[in-house]
Design a protein around this ligand. Sequence first.
Ligand SMILES: C[S@@+](CC[C@H](N)C(=O)[O-])C[C@H]1O[C@@H](n2cnc3c(N)ncnc32)[C@H](O)[C@@H]1O
Length: 203
Amino acid sequence: MKKNKTSKNWLNQRGRDIFFKKSKAYGYKSRSAFKLIEMNEKFKFLKNNTYLADLGSTPGGWCQVAAKKILKGKILGVDIKAMDQQKNVDFIIGDIENIETHNKIINFFERKIDVVLSDMASNTSGNKNLDTYRTGELCLNAMTLAQKILNKNGVFIAKLFMGSIFEEIKKKAKKSFKKVVIYKPTSSKKESKEVYIYCKDIL
Ligand SMILES: C[S@@+](CC[C@H](N)C(=O)[O-])C[C@H]1O[C@@H](n2cnc3c(N)ncnc32)[C@H](O)[C@@H]1O
């Protein structure tokens, strides 16, 4: 009974959510698409010839946004879950916590790339602190790959939740990149502790 009420509330909230409605209207596979649109408007990293890896890409909203801008570059989505095929987007199924997945991504591009995105989030466990920590670990793993694969002026953007691991992430970012900005898109729910870290220019 309680569960039904909770899921009804969730459905009602989602129905009222302007970005959820917008994603349906624009044909995006996720409301997250608008976060990437907003971040690109601010930081301008999606260009016609960009080489880009999108970590945690399923269901594919960010790849759709990237594919509208990148016509001559390369887009690779990576996720532990399958993603539907998209025109001009390649996909690898793999766990970013596994070094073999890093090697597959490096081998796919065969060159340094311009942008590494991570919208990865761990499965919700019911324990918010644990989820924050696990998503932070995914962000650190993505940053390790970014350090290996990005060109000197490369851009790394990743989701994280404000919490215990935040300082560790910021410290590693400041050691690895010249520019580090913490940014919360307006399309990210106000009540969520979600933010994105934007990093540019490898040190
Ligand atoms: C919020 S969704 C990403 C939404 C996507 N940006 C979009 O616009 O459609 C987070 C994704 O991270 C993926 N993920 C979680 N842990 C992962 C891991 N260890 N390796 C790769 N992907 C992972 C999940 O499977 C999930 O699809």
